[in-house]
Design a protein around this ligand. Sequence first.
Ligand code: 1HE
Length: 261
Amino acid sequence: MTDRDDLVTYETHGDVAVIGLNRPDKRNAISDRFVEAINDAVLRAQAEARAGVIHGHGKHFCAGLDLSEHSEKPLFEAVKGSRRWHTVFDHIERGNIPFVSAITGAAVGGGLELAASTHIRVAEDGAFFALPEGQRGIFVGGGGSVRIARMIGPARMGDMMLTGRVLSASEMEHWGGVSYVVDAGQALDRAIEIAARMAQNAEFTNYAIINALPRIADMSSEDGLFAESMVASLATMTDDAKDRLRAFLDGRADKVRAPDA
Ligand code: 1HE
């Protein structure tokens, strides 16, 4: 038990680790201590689980950077703080297991940056998204200029930052920032359901998906195709792949079925 353990809740549902942002009185605004608590929970999930979910206790997913702490910071401390967020969110995005975020209420500023570091975003009706850095006189510092820009496109991200516009869950889905929109009250259950499904995948394939895809996206087509062949060949050599391919050929594995079948 450390002094930051109370800032997150951690539980497991089978192979799924469920991490709850637990500072609802401050709308889960992320302080320095809080980002370390998130890191601890993420690393623990990677050691113990095969998929993870991140959600917010209270009505909101996350109000972003703790502005009260940030306003006091000297320049170099702010730089180091931003770099620490990058490290922690990188542990989520390019770690060992895939994460789903369950978004309720506000996912703003650093809250949206946190959600963007997860692999799948589930938002419920009533969730809303904004990047109010322009109004606050600051800038994204939790990886948003890379992850959010790639997720919805730099022009749309610039629009959000310049105008302060607030997007609903369905608008964010339309922009590609959310994969599932569910009824109010359903985000966490749906996120756990999706994570449980991902947890059944081959571990190496999940690892390759979350680690190879963003890197290949940064490469030239030629380099990307080469890297893809290497990763694909490695995956095929795992015992897991051999067992799963044999199971299909023996008629012991699920077929892919049309959505309405
Ligand atoms: C906070 C924060 C925060 C709330 N830092 N304390 N983020 C923002 O600019 C978003 C600022 N927050 C809001 O717009 C609203 O609080 C919410 C829409 C998220 C929620 O509204 P509401 O009406 O439910 O809550 P509230 O009454 O505004 O806030 C409740 C308390 O949380 C209150 O403190 P209290 O002591 O007066 O009760 C608020 O001050 C506190 N609170 N949000 C600190 N963010 C790595 S760079 C990332 C850059 C950014 O993230 S910029 C975006 C920052």
